[in-house]
Ligand binder design. Structure first.
Ligand code: AMP
Ligand code: MG
Length: 422
């Protein structure tokens, strides 16, 4: 056992016979319970960045629109390629990008051509300038070249009539460029979701307030803000709510009229002053689950009117872990994204890991390349669910299956990079 991993408490006892819901089942239930948004709008392509395409894009042109040269060199007909020795061709003109040669190139002739310039009638092959000998108005080429060398063919990237982008495609910088290359100025996207979020707890204070005895700063509303912002949704920050029945009820009512989804943190475990559960039972159709995961366990999910509700646990690391594993794929489904699964890679773990069988662990790790250039992961050390600084030190979750116990260094483990989550 690696001595650097602190032994925290006795709560690592095996929990094999739990009645809890497993992680995959919870993801399936949540993503299966929601519908994708139906509201769409037409926007200029730059405004579609990080949005989801709601109408497929069909090309009405070929890309490239004409055969052109991939090199600076000389274009001619391949009938002039020598099979042995060399051949001299007469230079009869030039084709530059945007200024094509408008005559016909006959056998025995060639033109000067630049990268991206249109191939002239009668030419089908380009030899790069470094490979020819130039003498005034003629060039000499050697054997060893082939027909169509250095030519980019019409439509070889995209053909007229091709479906270029499908419904559900995330518009990233590459898609913006592809749309521009087709001369498409506007696209139809799904309207961004509106997501309301708030924190609950009498102990919570805002960042601009002084802490008194027994109080802590509200950090969850900031991690949730960041994760939602990266997802590209519209944010409705409803602040901190005290543990008070009426205030919580009013907030839920208000949120459900304004938002497509509501996210809260805290108040879903069974505690005396937690009124979230009572209010949800009264206002909505919400299930309270114990999920077989660590960190995370308590989680509420359901509907208040038409708004989807996620009641995340209170502990700061649990909030991030449950947001990434459950809220993220569910919100992505609602956004109409076709790709909702996070990237997972298998890599050897450099350190021993402590784990009790019974729950899926999402331990915080650091994924990096070792001196041999291979990807390896190691634990950040202390894995408690209140240690938020560990999320900042880490760059990935190390996912350890429900039935696993302690892990020895060298074992191949599943790793989910934080960067691959959004
Ligand atoms: P709860 O589920 O409300 O009992 O909260 C569980 C733990 O998470 C407690 O230690 C809370 O103080 C803490 N917690 C709840 N909400 C927040 C928050 N917004 N920011 C930081 N810690 C929180
Ligand atoms: Mg609380």
């Amino acid at each position: 056992m690696n001595k650097s991993i602190p032994v925290t408490s006795a709560c690592d006892k095996p929990q094999t016979q739990t009645p809890w819901l497993n992680v995959d089942e919870a993801i399936t239930r949540m993503t299966g319970a929601v519908k994708k948004t139906s509201e769409t709008k037409v926007v200029a392509i730059r405004d579609a960045l990080n949005c989801v395409l709601a109408k497929e894009v069909i090309s009405t042109i070929n890309v490239p629109p004409y055969a052109n040269s991939a090199m600076d060199g000389y274009a001619f007909n391949s009938v002039d390629l020598p099979t042995s020795g060399e051949k001299t061709l007469t230079l009869v003109g030039k084709s530059f990008a945007g200024i094509p040669f408008d005559g016909e190139v006959k056998p025995g002739e060639c033109i000067r051509i630049m990268t991206g310039a249109q191939m002239a009638n009668g030419t089908d092959t380009v030899i790069m300038q470094e490979q020819v000998e130039v003498n005034d108005s003629a060039i000499t080429i050697q054997s060893g070249h082939c027909k169509n060398e250095n030519v980019r063919h019409i439509g070889e990237d995209i053909k007229n009539g091709d479906v270029v982008l499908k419904v559900g495609q995330l518009i990233s910088p590459a898609e913006l460029g592809v749309l521009a290359s087709l001369g498409i100025a506007e696209v139809t996207i799904y309207k961004p979701l509106r997501v309301a979020f708030f924190s609950t707890g009498d102990e919570l204070r805002n960042v601009d307030e002084e802490l008194e005895e027994g109080q802590i700063y509200d950090s969850n509303r900031y991690t949730i803000f960041g994760m939602l912002k990266n997802l590209g949704v519209e944010l409705i920050d409803m602040g901190i709510l005290p543990d008070d029945r009426q205030t919580i009820e009013d907030a839920f009512k208000q949120a459900s009229t304004q938002a497509d989804a509501i996210i809260t943190s805290g108040g879903v475990s069974v505690g005396e002053a937690d009124y979230v559960k009572e209010t949800l039972d009264k206002l909505g159709k919400v299930d309270f689950w114990k999920i077989a995961m660590k960190p995370g366990k308590p989680l509420a999910f359901g509907f208040i009117d038409n708004a989807v509700f996620f009641g995340l646990p209170g502990n700061p690391v649990s909030v991030m872990a449950t947001f990434y594993q459950f809220a993220l794929p569910t919100l992505k489904t609602m956004m109409g994204l076709k790709a909702t699964k996070a990237t997972v890679v298998k890599v050897p773990c450099k350190t021993d890991l402590r784990k009790a069988p019974g729950r899926t662990d999402f331990q915080r790790g650091i994924l990096q390349t070792n001196e041999q250039g291979e990807l390896v992961v190691e634990s950040i050390g202390m894995q408690a669910s209140h240690v938020l600084s560990g999320m900042s030190k880490a760059n990935c979750f190390i996912i350890l299956p429900q039935d696993w116990g302690n892990v020895e260094a060298g074992t191949l483990v599943d790793v989910q990079p934080f960067r691959g989550l959004m």
